[in-house]
Design a protein. Structure first.
Length: 147
């Protein structure tokens, strides 16, 4: 399986060292930081997004993550730890929740989940439009203010 890694922080040397130490140079391609325009040019078929994993360290048990919304808007299934109020496993088969702790992730379980997905990129994007669009969010805020 060929993997691609993107990031928004300066950790290339640590990631590169891990890849070299484990002899994974033929399996993982490091893209590094890409801005929105560059990301829009990349085909994300067969991609899995890695959402927030360490929020428990900051006492955030529920947090709406922009990263999750980006994945959803691009039609990318993703996994994360914790709670995000816009994504629940019962109505979002494109998310996979991992334990909110420091335990190692069961990568085989995540891969199994991904391989058994039946939802399409377009269906994930449609969820984003229906539930995450700014018009929807602003309406929810205004409805709460009027209560």
């Amino acid at each position: 399986m060929l993997s691609y890694i993107f990031w928004r922080w300066k950790r290339e040397s640590k990631i590169s060292k891990l890849i070299i130490d484990r002899n994974l140079q033929n399996d993982i391609i490091l893209y590094g930081y890409k801005d929105r325009e560059e990301l829009n040019k990349i085909n994300f078929m067969n991609a899995i997004g890695v959402g927030t994993l360490g929020d428990y360290r900051n006492v955030f048990l529920q947090r709406p993550s922009l990263k999750h919304r980006e994945y959803c808007g691009r039609g990318i299934p993703f996994f994360y730890a914790g709670d995000d109020p816009d994504f629940h496993q019962d109505r979002c088969p494109f998310i996979y929740k991992v334990p909110l702790n420091n335990d190692l992730l069961d990568i085989n379980e995540i891969i199994h989940w991904y391989r058994t997905l039946t939802i399409t990129q377009q269906e994930i994007r449609e969820y984003a439009l229906k539930h995450l669009d700014w018009k929807i969010k602003i309406k929810q805020i205004l409805d709460r203010i009027e209560m």
